[in-house]
Design a protein around this ligand. Structure first.
Ligand SMILES: Nc1ncnc2c1ncn2[C@@H]1O[C@H](COP(=O)(O)OP(=O)(O)OP(=O)(O)O)[C@@H](O)[C@H]1O
Length: 271
């Protein structure tokens, strides 16, 4: 029998992820309703909408945490292979170059920052249990490569000074940057950020904006974010898709979305 994870599909060369007629129902509730949009390779794409609009559900469908009720998610992976994410198992999504952060900081509090990054890099290991048990040359070589990568990522994001600190007690803004650093350990193509600026002050938000831009340009990643801070979304995103009750209201540049009367109505209720 053919393995469905290996079936190839077609996709416009400029597009990294194509969300096609995505629908997610929870019993009688339609959280995402026949939603379609494309995320272009290398862009910063924002998904916005009022509370309960279905934004997190879209994320959860892309990462296969939820299996969509309907529609297709077509994606060009880090081996340039076009795959249908619906066929990928949730634990294999990261191997295709998709990584996400959550609304709350999700670091391992018992490990220092460097160790947190090393753990995140484990998906890159090719060595097996035997290699790990007996610290074989293959294991030692991989350890060295992953450690060098972690040190480089920390340096590139200006976080080297925190390398041996434990997360507890570090400023929230720094923890958010460390989460971003951690996502880079899996060599991602698509980074999904769930409300990255939530809980940050203005200065921290400014630093976060800079770091996201750096990740886009220097690490050549595509960024897909959900964010309630409209200032940040308008400043950072190349393309914005606005949704309400799981349906698409509009898609376009920040200026187009800002001046769209349907989007204004959904946010302000026509006031
Ligand atoms: N696992 C679930 N079971 C049942 N209903 C759910 C589940 N997950 C989400 N929902 C419902 O789906 C709808 C969309 O929720 P979702 O969390 O995707 O919205 P959101 O746009 O991310 O909201 P917020 O901005 O408040 O985070 C809501 O009505 C929510 O209650």
């Amino acid at each position: 029998m053919k393995n469905v994870e290996n079936v190839t599909h077609t996709l416009d060369p400029k597009v990294l992820l194509s969300v096609q007629n995505l629908t997610m129902k929870f019993g009688g509730l339609v959280a995402v309703d026949n939603l379609s949009f494309d995320v272009k390779e290398g862009e910063i794409f924002g998904l916005i909408g009022p509370n309960g609009a279905g934004k997190t559900t879209v994320f959860n469908c892309i990462t296969q945490f939820y299996k969509p009720t309907g529609g297709e998610l077509i994606y060009r992976d880090n081996h340039d292979k076009v795959v249908k994410l619906n066929h990928i198992k949730v634990h294999n999504v990261v191997k295709h170059g998709i990584v996400r952060t959550f609304q709350n900081v999700e670091l391992i509090w018992e490990l220092n920052i460097l160790e947190n990054l090393l753990i995140a890099g484990h998906t890159l290991y090719k060595s097996n249990f035997f290699d790990h048990m007996f610290h074989t040359p293959r294991y030692k070589k991989e350890e060295k490569v992953i450690r060098e990568k972690a040190l480089k990522v920390l340096n590139d994001l200006g976080l080297t000074q925190y390398m041996y600190f434990y997360p507890m007690g570090l400023p929230y803004g720094v923890l958010k940057l460390i989460e971003l650093a951690r996502t880079l350990m899996t060599n991602p193509k698509l980074i999904i950020l769930d409300e990255p600026a939530a809980g940050l002050n203005d200065l921290e938000t400014e630093k976060l904006t800079e770091t996201i831009r750096k990740i886009q340009s220097e690490f050549k990643c595509t960024i897909f974010l959900v964010e309630h801070d409209m200032g940040l979304v308008m400043k950072l995103c190349d393309t914005i898709c606005a949704i309400s009750f799981g349906k698409k209201l509009a898609i376009g540049t920040p200026a187009e979305i800002k001046s769209n009367p349907v989007v204004q109505e959904a946010y302000l209720g026509g006031e």
